[in-house]
Design a binder for this molecule. Structure first.
Ligand code: HEM
Length: 302
């Protein structure tokens, strides 16, 4: 499968896609629908089960990662939700600096087609977006932490004239530059900003949290890990699932691969980063090698 050559330990289009897919899968969960006993969404992998879901307009751009993951539940005899949400946490850790998020497995098959009209738009207002995330079960603080995933994100459909532009000046690194790049008056060259992200950076109800992550990777790591874990289990109770976090690879600590410039500001050094990637991602980078019993396959580099 061609995708495996991109899917073994490096930050790129498929890892970005996997993180966004994990959100779009879980982001159709609604406490309101649950209270009414109506068909609901969940972190259930419905994208890999209902071929129509990825065709919805709000899911534009998720076709490649969905196609890559769709055969895996049957191939490995596990549920779509486990495959899709595991891909999301692997997508985070594939990017240098990405934290190790707890992994839970054992989700049953999806119950129904995901409800429509629940995913956020970059043109929604702050109250609408915080309200929608509250209906998923997130505090506004969780939402601001989760938004940092836009630090390794690109846009293709919001403004096609700027397709491929990223929301952060260091798109291949899981860092906090997104929070600064979104807050400053003028974005760095090549950085595309969503109106909703800019609104969060300046709205009285969210700006303190947003600015609190500027130059503060440790706090963001901690808050992001907790919020992503909640996202990856929306609609489930972890007491019904099994924790298999020990199978996750190590995170690449950015302070170990960074060097100070003349002003003392740390920058990731490409040589150190590649050496760390070779060390910490060796089992993924080597074809035919598996981590702790996770089944792997030989990458086809055609
Ligand atoms: C207010 C909430 C959010 C809004 C309005 C929003 C909106 C968007 C939009 C419009 C795109 C670009 C799609 C395109 O044009 O290609 C995007 C990309 C992305 N989003 Fe979000 N998003 C939100 C929250 C999240 C969350 C919670 C996560 C994950 C934790 C996330 C992860 C991503 C990623 C990784 C991408 C990049 C995908 C790629 O490069 O292929 N987003 N988001």
């Amino acid at each position: 499968m061609r995708v495996t050559s991109d899917y073994i330990g490096r930050c790129g289009d498929l890892s970005r896609g996997a993180v966004r897919l994990a959100f779009h899968d879980a982001g159709t969960f609604s406490l309101r629908l649950a209270a009414l006993g109506l068909p609901n969404g969940a972190a259930d992998g419905s994208f890999l089960w209902d071929p129509e879901e990825v065709l919805r307009e709000e899911n534009n751009g998720l076709q490649s990662i969905t196609a890559a993951l769709t055969p895996l539940p049957e191939k490995f005899g596990v549920s779509p939700g486990d495959v899709l949400q595991l891909a999301g946490v692997l997508g985070v850790i594939a990017c240098p600096g990405g934290p190790r998020i707890d992994v839970w497995v054992g989700r049953p098959e999806p119950l129904n087609v995901a409800p429509t009209g629940l995913l956020p738009s970059p043109f929604d207002s702050v109250p609408n977006l915080t309200g929608r995330f509250a209906d998923m079960g997130f505090a506004a603080t969780d939402l601001i932490a989760l938004l940092g995933a836009h630090g390794t994100a690109k846009q293709f459909f919001v403004d096609p004239d700027f397709a491929g532009e990223s929301m952060d000046s260091t798109v291949d690194i899981w860092d906090v530059n997104f929070y600064n790049d979104t807050t400053v008056a003028n974005p760095p060259p090549g950085v595309f900003r969503f109106q909703s992200d800019v609104n969060f950076a300046h709205n009285a109800s969210t700006m303190a949290e947003f600015h609190g992550y500027i130059d503060n990777q440790p706090d963001w790591d901690q808050d992001y890990r907790a919020a992503h874990l909640l996202m990856s289990t929306l609609g489930y109770n972890t007491s019904d699932l099994t924790n298999c976090t020990e199978l996750m690879p190590a995170s690449i600590n950015l302070t170990l691969v960074s060097v100070p410039d003349a002003s003392g500001i740390l920058h990731v050094d490409p040589v150190l980063l590649e050496a760390a990637t070779q060390k910490y991602r060796a089992p993924w980078l080597e074809s035919n090698t598996c981590v702790d019993g996770i089944r792997c396959q030989t990458p086809n580099r055609e």
